[in-house]
Design a binder for this molecule. Structure first.
Ligand code: NAP
Length: 229
C-alpha cells in the first residue's frame, strides 16, 4: 500500500471515532476505518483523502464480522489498533430501573466486544505499535462519584479485561492503552459536555503516538496522565 503508518479504527462512523480517523488522515496516516452501516462522515473523509482511507464494515458484537475483517486484512501490518466503539444505554438509571437488556448490551459492546477485537487483532499490530481502546474517566473505580453508574461499570469491566489481557501477554512489547478522552460533545457525550471534539482527539492521538515503542499497560487521560484504576 505504501510505507505510511497504518491505523485501524474500530467504530469510526461518527463522534470520536470519526474524529480519530480524520486526525490520523490529516497527519498522513493510512486509515482503515470501520462502520456498522453507511457513514456520511466517512464518505466525506474518503472524498477528501482518497485511497488513504479504507472503509470496512464491522459490528463489534458480531464475532463473525470481526473474524471476517481479520480475514480481509490478512497480510496487513498495523502500527495502531484503536477500538473506539461504545454505547451508553442507561445514563442516570440505577440497577433496579435499567432494562436488563440495555445493561447487557452495554457490557457486550463496551467490555467484551472490544476485547474480542483485541484478542483477534493484537498479532497484526507491529511489535513496537500501540493497541488502544477508548475507556473513560468514568471507568476509574477509585475516582468514581457514582455518575452514570451502569455505563461506568461497563468501562470498569473493560479496564479489568485489559488488565487480564496484559497479564496473559506480559512479555508483549506492544503498548496497551486504556484512553480516557474527557467529556466530549458527541451524540453520547451530549451538548452539555465540557469539550469540543477538537479539544480532545488531537491530544488523544498525541498520547497514542508518544506511547509507541513503550511496552506495558497504562490507563491514561488525553494529556497522557496516569489515571487511578
Ligand atoms: N463522548 C464522551 O464524552 C466520551 C467520554 C469517555 C469515553 N467515551 C467513549 O468514546 C467512544 C466513542 O464515543 P462517542 O462519544 O463518539 O459516541 P457516539 O457518538 O455515540 O459514537 C459511538 C460510535 O461507536 C459505534 N458503535 C456502537 N456500537 C457499535 C457496534 N456494535 N459495532 C461497531 N460500532 C459500534 C457507533 O457506530 P454507529 O454509528 O453504527 O452507531 C459510533 O461510531 C465510546 O467508547 C465511548 O464510551 C466517550
Amino acid at each position: 500500500m505504501s510505507n505510511k503508518s497504518t491505523a485501524l479504527v474500530i467504530g469510526a462512523s461518527r463522534g470520536l471515532g470519526l474524529a480519530l480517523a480524520e486526525e490520523y488522515l490529516t497527519r498522513g496516516w493510512q486509515i482503515i476505518a470501520t462502520t456498522r452501516s453507511h457513514s456520511e462522515g466517512l464518505d466525506s473523509l474518503r472524498r477528501r483523502f482518497g485511497v488513504s482511507l479504507e472503509i470496512e464494515q464491522v459490528d463489534v458484537v458480531d464475532l463473525n464480522s470481526v473474524r471476517s475483517l481479520r480475514s480481509s486484512l490478512e497480510g496487513r501490518e498495523l502500527d495502531t489498533l484503536f477500538v473506539n466503539a461504545g454505547i451508553c444505554k442507561a445514563n442516570e438509571l440505577t440497577p433496579v430501573q435499567v432494562a436488563e437488556k440495555d445493561y447487557l448490551d452495554m457490557l457486550l459492546t463496551n467490555a467484551l466486544s472490544p476485547m474480542r477485537v483485541i484478542e483477534l487483532f493484537h498479532d497484526r499490530v507491529n511489535v513496537n505499535g500501540v493497541i488502544a481502546v477508548m475507556s473513560s474517566e468514568l471507568g476509574s473505580i477509585a475516582d468514581s462519584t457514582g455518575f452514570w453508574e451502569l455505563y461506568s461499570s461497563s468501562k470498569a469491566a473493560l479496564n479489568m479485561l485489559m488488565k487480564s489481557f496484559h497479564a496473559r501477554h506480559v512479555e508483549d512489547t506492544r503498548a496497551l492503552l486504556l484512553v480516557a478522552p474527557g467529556w466530549v460533545r458527541t451524540d453520547m457525550g451530549s451538548q452539555n459536555a465540557l469539550l469540543d471534539v477538537s479539544e480532545s482527539i488531537p491530544l488523544v492521538v498525541d498520547v497514542v503516538t508518544r506511547n509507541a515503542g513503550v511496552p506495558g499497560l497504562r490507563f491514561l487521560d488525553r494529556h497522557g496522565a496516569e489515571l487511578p484504576w
